[in-house]
Design a protein around this ligand. Structure first.
Ligand SMILES: *[C@@H]1O[C@H](CO)[C@@H](O)[C@H](O)[C@H]1NC(C)=O
Ligand SMILES: *[C@@H]1O[C@H](CO)[C@@H](O)[C@H](O)[C@H]1NC(C)=O
Length: 190
């Protein structure tokens, strides 16, 4: 009986050690994103694939998205303004004040889903986390264990008769220092 208890204790200790803390990546990041959204709107299915380059700076609260169709979106979460340029046209919109730039972190309330590897010749550990009930829906995010580099993020939502699943793959991630000019808005931008 005593031995049985000891084995159980050993197991639970091993399990506790295997659960990492939610991590944070560096505050500046560039990446090529492949975003695929599948949705049902009142029963009608659709899929949309978007390729874009993201430049993200959490210190200055700026994001720049360069879409493959030539559209560029700069979001300034400090001034809560969004600037969309396409060709020679530029448009300014307000960002809703309840939308905030997300920190480069796995949220502290995320539930750990376990560790896997990617790669074969060279392998990296990847941790997966789940967060239910965010303003965007339920989020599943996978990050590299050693430095929190995002690998994949999935969002499922079901609201206003739209059921959707969005998956974002993070390619060519680099933690690089971004010049302030990166987020310069073309003038004029009415
Ligand atoms: C936000 O903008 C104000 C006014 O321009 C500036 O003083 C402040 O440093 C900015 N905050 C950040 C985080 O960039
Ligand atoms: C979100 O997660 C909760 C808890 O796991 C689940 O009950 C709910 O069905 C999920 N919603 C969607 C849209 O996936």
């Amino acid at each position: 009986m005593l031995r049985f208890v000891c084995i159980l204790g050993l197991f639970s200790a091993t399990f506790a050690a295997a659960v990492p803390k939610p991590c944070c990546a560096k505050h500046q990041l560039t990446a090529d994103l492949q975003q695929i959204t599948g949705s049902y709107t009142n029963g009608t299915p659709s899929t949309v694939e978007t390729l874009m380059k993201i430049q993200y700076d959490y210190d200055t609260l700026m994001i720049k998205l360069e879409l493959s169709d030539g559209t560029t979106i700069i979001q300034d979460f400090n001034q809560t303004k969004q600037y969309t340029t396409s060709g020679k046209s530029c448009r300014t919109d307000d960002i809703q004040s309840d939308i905030q730039l997300q920190p480069p972190c796995v949220p502290s309330n995320a539930v750990y889903r376990g560790r896997n590897t990617i790669g074969d010749d060279v392998t990296y550990d990847v941790d997966t986390w789940f967060v239910a009930g965010t303003p965007w829906g339920n989020i599943t995010v996978s990050v590299m264990a050693h430095d929190c580099t995002p690998v994949m993020q999935g969002t499922s939502s079901n609201a206003n008769n739209v059921v959707s699943q969005t998956t974002i793959f993070y390619h060519n991630v680099q933690f690089t220092t971004l010049a302030a000019t990166t987020f310069q808005v073309p003038q004029p931008c009415p």
